[in-house]
Design a protein around this ligand. Structure first.
Ligand code: NAP
Ligand code: F7E
Length: 330
């Protein structure tokens, strides 16, 4: 049987890199959609794909351009499409609502429309988010929990979620959404709080910094490991019927707890180094997210394996190692 062909948007990001490795191990032929600048500055922009770059076919396209997406779908004719690309930083979505909504909503719409006309049998995955629940009225949140997004990022994900459902219902496409709760790893972008903390600890330990400025320490999130969350994406597209699934650990911890553990792992007391910074609070915060992934467990057989403490430790250790390496190179 010929290898299945997958197209991944957002392949350069945290999840894109783990998903690529996962699908390569399953024998997939993998195509990735990247921005043109990524091909011009591969050392920096393709760094998460460094070890597998030669096994991927990359296509330059932009979420803002229907024509470029149409061309990639026509050339690739994928069996499965994993749509991960997005302006994914919630804080930034308050600074630029317009580009967040444009990129995230139009990008998803362009992709669905191009697939409908050029590859209607292709199975489609949309990366929904727990930010869609926002100010949730219940905890834990499940597939039926009312949506109340608190940022233009959350609103863009609600729109993408409904677009995906609508293409499924209106055109019979195999289009599914995951409602993913926060998932982290040593490959997380430095702007997100977990990586900001783990890299901050490493810098303080190396003497390169003396403090870490953070915003709301009391926000609570359901933090899992990204490597495990990409397995759920694949499992969803192997189901006979498309559907929507919450993917989460079911445990939640505050930013303060994350910082306390991360500093403690390096033998430091976070209270000496973490400095509150009012500028880092969001105009509208999401206070508590905790997911109920029982449907994913029951239907997909998906489970999470990494404990919170181990996730924190892995991130701190990797950042400390990376700084030691950098020091040796200098
Ligand atoms: P990430 O590391 O921020 O990666 C985002 C990807 O989107 C990157 O490859 C980025 O490309 C690409 N992208 C951004 N704007 C683009 C544009 N205008 N045109 C083309 N590509 C663009 O995000 P992630 O953590 O892997 O998350 C993957 C997806 O899951 C995102 O849709 C995110 O919103 C969603 N999600 C993530 C989480 C989480 O906790 N990680 C939870 C729920 C949902 P560049 O490298 O060129 O910037
Ligand atoms: O913030 C608080 C902040 O930026 C987590 C994205 O992957 O997950 C992610 O969105 C919490 C918030 O992630 C700082 O106020 C305190 O309450 O790491 P974050 P996020 O906003 O939860 C969801 C599910 C996605 O879909 C998104 O794409 O931490 N916080 N102090 C801080 N956050 C940041 N970034 N920086 C701080 O200094």
């Amino acid at each position: 049987m010929p290898a299945k062909c997958a197209l991944i948007t957002g392949i350069t990001g945290q999840d894109g890199s783990y998903l690529s490795e996962f699908l390569l191990a399953k024998g997939y032929e993998i195509h990735g959609m990247v921005r043109r600048v990524a091909l011009e500055d591969p050392d920096h922009r393709l760094s998460r794909l460094r070890d597998i770059r030669s096994r991927l076919v990359l296509h330059a396209a932009s979420l803002e351009s229907y024509a470029s997406i149409h061309r990639v779908i026509q050339d690739v004719q994928p069996d499965e499409c994993y749509h991960l690309a997005a302006q994914s930083f919630v804080s930034y979505s308050f600074d630029d609502e317009f580009s967040t909504l444009n990129t995230n909503i139009n990008g998803t719409h362009f992709l669905l429309a191009a697939l409908k006309s050029l590859a209607p049998q292709c199975r489609f995955y949309f990366a929904g988010s727990s930010e869609m629940f926002g100010q949730a009225q219940e905890a834990p949140q499940h597939e039926g929990t009312r949506l109340h997004p608190r940022s233009s990022y959350g609103i863009s994900k609600v729109a993408g979620f409904h677009l995906t459902r609508n293409y499924r219902e209106a055109y019979g496409m195999h289009a599914s959404s995951c409602i993913l709760f926060n998932h982290e790893s040593p490959r997380r972008g430095f702007e997100f709080v977990t990586r900001k903390i783990s890299s901050g600890v490493a810098r303080i330990l190396a003497g390169a910094s003396t403090e870490l400025r953070l915003g709301n320490l009391e926000a609570k999130r359901d933090w899992g490991h990204a490597r495990e969350y990409v397995e759920a994406m694949w499992l969803m597209l192997q189901q006979p019927q498309p559907d929507d699934y919450v993917v989460a650990t079911g445990e939640c911890h505050s930013v303060r707890e994350f910082a306390e553990l991360a500093f403690a792992h390096a033998g430091l007391d976070y209270r000496r180094y973490v400095k509150p910074d009012a500028d880092l609070f969001r105009p509208a915060e999401v206070n508590l997210l905790k997911g109920d992934a029982s449907k994913a467990r029951r239907v997909l057989g998906w489970t999470c394996r990494t404990r919170f403490e181990d996730l924190v430790r892995e991130m701190v250790e990797q950042d400390c190692r990376a700084l030691e390496m950098a020091a040796k190179v200098r």
